[in-house]
Design a protein around this ligand. Structure first.
Ligand code: ADP
Ligand code: MG
Length: 465
């Protein structure tokens, strides 16, 4: 009888009951497991000794039942009583059900049923600056943009799953895929959305291996409604990360969750990426972003200068748009530099200043590139340890990375062959010439390698600009 009284006196609301349960659970499992699996749960109602809780998706139920069944039944028995029962409700299902109001013991539905901001137990890592509203539409990004908008209205429910966006550097991939995340959260604040680049994913994975938390790591990503991964090409050469990502991909796809990926090239050209991943990347929609045409460049410049609150004549905008053609980040950079130059010399923004600024932007591309920087980017690209290219390692991928790095050092810096050789473990100048010639020959015969080298080169030049 005492238990019944206790139940009615102290623990009348499902919230308090659940809080009590959580405090017990928390003491019995590692913090990361607690944060991943239990914090996202919301108590809904208590009818008799039936506690109804709401979980983000069915994967939660499976996982919790499989791993924490004993702990949970012990806990609810302790808190609610021996006839305690737990009922799971998935958020999506909940939405389509009419609210249950007839039972008095049911917690009253709150007046604000859909708060604008729902507190989550994790950070989405989305930058609110990236929206569809400030993403200028043009022929060069038409399909990618339309698909992005469609899936943000209906994540996981269109045939664009995954959405795979590819294109050169500085063309708006990150902007577009983050805009998806921001829009989804605006429309569906309760959805679990996360954005990250594939190299961060890799770093976290390595940490998880070291800390023995690979399961939690993987389950955290499997619990998302929208998973957005930028620059997927950085998974090249990282076999274990690819394997894990493959499983996460499959789980999410089966659950009808939305996956969004970006890359610098189309799936079929991701040399060194597991074939089964490449084929999955093509299940949904693959859309490219091309360099913007002249009209789009003008529109972007107009839009950006307005957002900085300055007015620039058409003549100057056209001059910039004619001279900076390959990427949008540089267009932005040029505007900012123009502003800086104008305010530094407290002078008007005129055509002369624009010319001077464009020239600065173009020359800064060449002079600052160091051999070490080139090596770093090349090695990142091939997934090869930087030290290996400086040692006497003859593994195929190391040799290729070394030769490409030497080739680009010759092309992009004014260093002598001798200097270049010194940077690669003191190799002599004939080795550098040999590397240069063999890459030069290979590029002429192998279209894919040509593109690879080209995109590494773009990345290097952009990092410097
Ligand atoms: P990527 O990821 O393809 O390298 P980003 O998304 O980082 O390129 O874009 C580079 C810069 O250009 C960002 O500041 C972004 O806001 C801007 N940008 C790119 N495309 C557009 C666009 N269509 N409209 C407006 N700004 C854009
Ligand atoms: Mg990007």
């Amino acid at each position: 009888m005492q238990t019944v009284e206790k139940r009615q006196e102290n623990l009348s609301s499902p919230k308090e009951i659940w809080k009590e349960c959580l405090s017990i659970i928390k003491e019995n499992i590692p913090p990361i497991a607690y944060n991943t699996w239990f914090l996202p749960i919301k108590p809904l109602s208590l009818i008799g000794s039936k506690l109804k809780i709401q979980v983000p998706n069915s994967y939660f139920i499976e996982w919790i039942e499989e791993h924490y069944n004993t702990l949970i039944s012990r806990t609810i028995t302790q808190v609610i009583g021996s006839d305690a029962e737990l009922v799971y409700v998935i958020y999506d299902d909940q939405e389509s059900l009419p609210p249950i109001t007839e039972s008095l013991e049911e917690e009253k539905p709150k007046t604000e049923t859909k708060p604008q901001q729902i507190e989550k137990d994790f950070d989405s890592y989305l930058n609110p600056r990236y929206s569809f509203e400030n993403f200028i539409k043009g022929e060069s990004n038409q399909l990618a943009r339309a698909a992005a908008i469609a899936i943000s209205e209906n994540p996981g429910k269109t045939s664009f799953n995954p959405l795979f966006v590819y294109g050169g550097v500085g063309l708006g991939k990150t902007h577009l895929i983050q805009a998806i995340g921001n829009k989804v959260l605006e429309k569906f604040p309760e959805k679990r959305v996360i954005y990250l680049s594939s190299d961060i994913f890799t770093v976290e994975f390595v940490e998880a291996i070291q800390n023995n938390t690979v399961n939690e790591f993987s389950n955290f990503y499997k619990s998302m409604d929208v998973l957005i991964i930028d620059d997927i090409q950085f998974l090249i050469g990282k076999e274990k990360t690819q394997d894990l990502f493959f499983h996460i991909f499959n789980t999410l796809h089966q659950l009808g969750k939305q996956i969004v990926l970006s890359s610098d090239k189309p799936p079929k050209d991701l040399l060194g990426l597991n074939e089964r991943l490449i084929s999955r990347f093509q299940w949904g929609l693959t859309a490219d972003i091309q360099p913007p045409d002249f009209e789009t460049r003008i529109a972007i410049l107009k839009n950006k200068s307005e957002s900085y609150g300055i007015e620039i004549s058409n003549e100057i905008l056209e001059y910039i748009a004619h001279n900076i053609t390959s990427n949008i980040r540089e267009l932005e950079g040029c505007l900012i530099k123009l502003l800086a130059n104008a305010s530094l010399g407290s002078r008007e923004i005129d055509l002369d200043l624009a010319k001077k600024t464009v020239k600065e932007i173009s020359t800064s591309r060449e002079v600052n590139i160091s051999i070490d920087y080139i090596t770093k980017i090349v090695c990142e690209f091939f997934g090869v340890d930087e030290n290996k290219v400086r040692e006497k390692n003859r593994k195929r991928e190391v040799v290729l990375a070394r030769q490409v790095a030497m080739y680009l050092s010759k092309k992009l810096t004014r260093s002598s062959l001798k200097t270049i050789g010194l940077h690669f473990g003191g190799r002599d100048h004939s080795t550098v010439i040999h590397a240069f010639n063999s890459i030069d020959n290979m590029i002429n015969e192998d279209e894919r390698l040509k593109e690879t080298v080209e995109s590494i080169r773009n990345k290097i030049e952009l990092g410097i600009a």
